[in-house]
Design a protein around this ligand. Structure first.
Ligand SMILES: Nc1ncnc2c1ncn2[C@@H]1O[C@H](COP(=O)(O)OP(=O)(O)OP(=O)(O)O)[C@@H](O)[C@H]1O
Length: 314
């Protein structure tokens, strides 16, 4: 089997004042593979993405190892990171409107990362190629961002992210601002691009139902830790961790018209206020005192997965 393109080892992100957003994350991602990072708001997904991009907020610090093709991103200085960002690792952000420059036409915005990385020869041709690939009609290439629909804007951002031919693409809630039909189209496009271009794709979402079937593997995160991980097909058909089961039961798509949207009872605690043991213990219908006090050991689940839960101990 090929070596992983991305190897994350014991990633920890602290926010200052003893608060931690990510508390020991391990995962790997291969070229051509799509990994979905799933969890409710506040689980630490975005901080993981920002650590990978080297774009954490000022007060935040990352520790651990983030090996991209063997090179530890956490050891690079800002100048070296700038060379990677947009070129080898690219991010498709959450908010298409605020991520685009309102004063620049689409085609020029897609040429921007190429220019920033000194790839000026053939930049316009390359921008045209990626815009065509993401399915933006040619009649829109000279439009201003405000003239586009939400789905079209997100396609522009995907084109921008693809322009320099990155090997790792991170999409952080790429469809949260879109209507359901555009959400499906954009996710299908990302999954297609991942396969076709051999990208390692990290798809971040709070909506398990929306992204699960487009991913090869799922990594369920809560309280800055991994709750469960495994092949998407196995994890969806037999979720082992009570948190994964609760997320699946709370999928927005399960609600019928007029029904209150299902939700997991209780609140996600703020960073720094997690129980000593399992982060989910306080909200888990099956949790007991041991779950609150002691971190659960990892149990193997199915043929390829694992879950951190006391209930799964033999
Ligand atoms: N800019 C910031 N400065 C300080 N703390 C932050 C910042 N952004 C997020 N946090 C905190 O970090 C923790 C993890 O947040 P993070 O944004 O990574 O979660 P998430 O799973 O991506 O959720 P969301 O989908 O809402 O972004 C939360 O407790 C959050 O309040």
């Amino acid at each position: 089997m090929s070596l992983p393109l991305l190897l994350v080892e014991d990633l920890r992100v602290s926010l200052g004042n003893g608060r931690a957003a990510v508390r020991g994350l391990d995962f790997e991602l291969r070229a051509g593979e799509t990994l979905a990072l799933i969890g409710e708001s506040g689980s630490g997904k975005s901080m993981t993405a920002l650590a990978l991009m080297g774009l954490l907020p000022e007060a935040a610090r990352a520790r651990g190892r983030l090996l991209l093709a063997g090179e530890d991103l956490l050891k690079l200085n800002e100048a070296a990171l700038c060379k990677q960002r947009g070129r080898r690792i690219a991010l498709v952000p959450q908010e298409p409107l605020s991520a685009l420059n309102p004063l620049q036409r689409v085609l020029h915005q897609v040429m921007l990362p190429l220019r920033m990385h000194g790839l000026t020869d053939g930049a316009e041709q390359r921008a045209r190629e990626v815009l065509a690939r993401v399915g933006l009609p040619e009649s829109r290439w000279r439009a201003w961002p405000h003239e586009l629909s939400g789905g079209q804007r997100q396609r522009v951002l995907i084109a921008q992210a693809l322009a320099c031919g990155p090997s790792l693409l991170i999409a952080d809630e790429p469809t949260s601002a879109l209507d359901p039909a555009s959400q499906r189209q954009v996710l299908d496009l990302l999954a297609e691009l991942g396969r076709e271009q051999g990208l390692a794709l990290l798809l971040i979402s709070h909506d398990l139902g929306l992204v699960a079937r487009r991913a090869d593997r799922l990594l369920v995160m809560y309280g800055g830790r991994i709750m469960e991980q495994g092949l998407a097909s196995e994890l969806l058909s037999a979720p082992a961790h009570p948190y994964t089961q609760a997320l699946l039961a709370a999928r927005p798509g399960l609600a019928t018209r007029g029904q209150v949207l299902p939700a997991i009872p209780g609140q996600v605690p703020a960073a720094g206020q997690w129980p000593r043991g399992c982060p989910f213990a306080g909200r888990c219908a099956l949790g007991d005192q041991r779950c609150i006090d002691e971190a659960p050991p990892r149990a193997l689940v199915g043929a390829h997965g694992s879950a951190d839960c006391w209930r799964l101990q033999a």
